[in-house]
Ligand binder design. Structure first.
Ligand code: SF4
Length: 469
């Protein structure tokens, strides 16, 4: 059963990756979409006195936050509760879904308006709520578009990055019956009209959270559309779901993290709307929800916390910078990963969050070029973590074939005589290799189908060294 599932995850990934890498239109489009990103990001970096020092400071702050997570979470909870927020703890995705469903039932809710929350994607919340008969509306424009297409977000920051405006126009025409042109402003106004109505009807506003401030008991949400503010301001009840790793120790830390997230994520100096939520509406306040529930999600994050080698993967602020620069992501695209978190960070954390055996293949979705590590604003050593995942995967349950292959390679590589013989056989069998290449007789068919075998030189380095004058 497990083996079958593992095969499915791996083969699904390979099939999708093969299709996407062969889709030149898709590759060209993603390249065009990301073309301006690096230039804008680098311009914004110059606004920091020293981007490298800022990265170091951010890494140290997150280190402090994650290594004292227990204390910070207790402080955060106490502050939130002191102003009337109801804090819930969810060990698993199932528990989080149950808690949220119960809140909705208690409030006799029917419609939920949501702002962007990758944690809700992680626990497949929309699907669960719709199954229970609730109506769920995504209010972030990109999320709204992919929701209409019944698709998962393509990118953790730009959910509908893979779509061209003509496709969005067709979608709106089909699903909403209104799409005057493919002009982005016109399309945005169509979505706006639909959403405004939903805001008025919604019983519950649902948000994620970018940072949770332990010192002051505040949740910080950063966004560009203002939809999160409306989500929290209009409905009477607000529900926030966030991973426990989002904690920052001090309010002052936001002075670094807000511009850093905007710079690394979208090449902006700051996102347009930055809001700190400290509790439900207090006596005398004119607006805000009457009731606020915060659900803190573990979902195997504490297992990653227990792993001293890779704990820093919890430093991630979900800026998406590592996706944007990753040559694999840029070729295979976001949906190929089949996970909520894609790209390098997804390949590192998914085996921890969803099981190494099923997701170990993601560690190989990397050229190990290190561009992700270089781009990461909080200095997560992403490409080394991918190597560590490969090591852990091969040490945990290697297949019979892998064990045979590693053992054989180990024997040959450790014996100079066998190594020389293998080289000779390789060189002599080159004509035969070229004949069977890609056919059913080719043992490396999966590899050679899309690649040429590099010809082996007649003279090896050793020969050259020996013969040199
Ligand atoms: S791993 Fe680093 S670069 Fe990637 S999303 Fe997280 S913070 Fe951003």
């Amino acid at each position: 059963m497990v083996l079958n599932r593992m095969r499915t995850f791996v083969s699904d990934f390979k099939d999708r990756a093969t299709a996407k890498t062969g889709d030149l239109r898709h590759r060209q489009f993603i390249r065009t979409a990301l073309r301006g990103y690096e230039a804008a990001r680098d311009r914004r970096k110059d606004a920091f006195q020293s981007w490298q020092s800022a990265r170091q400071a951010a890494a140290e702050t997150k280190w402090e936050a994650i290594n004292n997570l227990d204390k910070h979470l207790v402080a955060l909870t106490a502050k939130l509760e002191s102003r009337g927020t109801k804090v819930h703890w969810a060990s698993t995705g199932d528990q989080a879904r149950d808690i949220i469903t119960q809140i909705l039932r208690d409030k006799k809710a029917r419609t939920i308006i949501k702002s962007k929350a990758m944690t809700s994607e992680e626990i497949h919340l929309n699907h669960a709520l719709e199954h229970e008969g609730f109506t769920v509306v995504e209010s972030d424009l990109g999320e709204f578009i992919v929701q209409l297409r019944h698709e998962a977000p393509y990118h953790i920051v730009f959910p509908s990055m893979h779509l061209q405006r003509g496709e969005i126009r067709e979608l709106f025409q089909r699903e909403i019956g209104d799409a005057p042109s493919d002009n982005p402003e016109d399309l945005t106004m169509v979505a706006r009209r639909v959403m405004r109505q939903k805001y008025i009807q919604a019983d519950i506003g649902f948000t994620g959270g970018n940072f949770a401030i332990a010192e002051t008991g505040m949740i910080s949400i950063t966004e560009n559309e203002g939809n999160s503010r409306l989500t929290s301001a209009l409905p009477k009840t607000m529900v926030t779901l966030m991973g426990i790793e989002k904690v920052l120790p001090r309010f002052a830390d936001l002075a670094l993290f807000l511009p850093m997230l905007a710079t690394a994520g979208a090449g902006q100096p700051m996102t347009c709307y930055n809001t700190m939520y400290s509790g439900p509406r207090q006596p005398g306040e004119p607006d805000g929800p009457e009731e606020w529930h915060v659900v803190l999600l573990d979902n195997r994050r504490t297992e990653l916390l227990a792993d001293a080698e890779q704990r820093d993967a919890l430093h991630c602020i979900r800026c998406g910078a590592c996706l944007n620069v990753c040559p694999i992501y840029r070729n295979v695209g976001g949906h190929t990963y089949g996970t909520t978190y894609s790209g390098p960070v997804g390949s590192v954390i998914t085996p921890h969050l969803r099981g190494l055996q099923d997701w170990k293949h993601l560690s190989n979705a990397s050229s190990l070029c290190g561009a992700c590590t270089e781009a990461c604003p909080v200095k997560i050593d992403l490409h080394h973590h991918l190597l560590q995942n490969r090591r852990n995967a091969s040490a945990s349950k290697p297949s019979l074939f892998e064990r045979f292959a590693y053992k054989t390679f180990g024997c040959v590589a450790n014996d100079p005589g066998l190594w020389a013989l293998a080289k000779k056989i390789g060189w002599l069998s080159q004509p035969l290799q070229n004949v069977v290449k890609g056919s059913a007789l080719d043992p490396a068919k999966a590899w050679t189908k899309t690649r040429d075998l590099p010809p082996m030189p007649r003279e090896t380095f050793k020969d050259w060294w020996r013969n040199r004058k």
